[in-house]
Design a protein around this ligand. Sequence first.
Ligand code: NAD
Ligand code: UDP
Length: 314
Amino acid sequence: MKRILITGGAGFIGSHLCERLLNDGHDVMCLDNFFTGSKDNIRHLIAHDHFELVRHDITKEYFAEVDQIYNLACPASPPHYQYNPIKTIKTSVIGMINMLGLAKRCKATILQASTSEVYGDPQVHPQIESYWGNVNPIGIRSCYDEGKRCAETLVMDYHRQNNVDTRIVRIFNTYGPNMDLYDGRVVSNCIVQALKGENITVYGDGLQTRSFCYVDDLVDGLVKMMENKQGFIGPVNLGNPSERTILNLAELIIKLTNSKSKISFLPLPQDDPTQRKPNIELAKKELDWTPKIEIEDGLMKTIEYFDKKLRGLI
Ligand code: NAD
Ligand code: UDP
């Protein structure tokens, strides 16, 4: 049994990771400031003997004795991270320094949840880890993109300078139950709109692409990366390489929900990446990891969850 700290543990991905690590028999400390996370996501875990919930903000120092740290704390949807951009970058940079300091003192392994956004609007397609990216440093997405890029730099410098045992994973668009219904991301927006019979909002012409990974597959990859003992520290892409246009995703959600909703086109937000698809050869080779869940199956599970949430059943 290991003592594991999950920052951002009450968020979408963090809550699934808490559950997975408890099921694996570990002692789980879930730390969150509840900016975008919710107690609802982890309520069923609170009575568990090996689960501990801590309200804390990682921009402030935190002391604990732990063996592993998964650093997931950071708002992830564009409306959420753009709500208070200065706070977003503080979370990525100051929060990262605090968590790396904690890892250094405890001799803990630390895994940083980085993002495909470090590639910006990529000119190399699909994105491979050796690509340095095409990021606007002064745009409305920069607080997130550049914050995460700086966090990766900090991870590598603590690794080289202080021998901290580190891991970097670059997560591509992930979806599933426990997503915030109103976080403004495309999957949550489309499902809520389809279930309510409202117009489905597609930004731009909808021909921009993303590749969507179901959360269980992603969590499996996170744990494999943390447990990897071969000296492989990343960065490694984790995502589902099945690429589709946003328009295609919206049509699929209309079909799966049997909705009468129509698509309405809205302006494309500034710096919205035109294409995104992970090259996952490195994850396959080093971690023996590939996503298994087909988009239709993953979306059906997500739709079921959203439907219950909207009807107040959970
Ligand atoms: P989320 O917003 O649901 O979860 C983030 C959690 O971090 C929330 O519970 C929030 O309250 C908490 N948090 C935010 N700032 C904090 C702070 N200063 N101190 C303590 N807690 C704080 O988002 P998510 O989708 O679960 O994303 C989790 C991580 O994965 C993030 O770091 C995100 O950047 C990364 N990621 C997610 C995706 C995705 O598609 N979901 C893609 C790439 C990267
Ligand atoms: N998007 C959309 N309609 C929405 C929300 C998002 O067309 O209601 C688009 C958005 O412009 C982007 C894509 O869907 O091109 C994915 O957006 P999301 O916010 O989910 O994630 P990210 O842009 O960070 O990949």
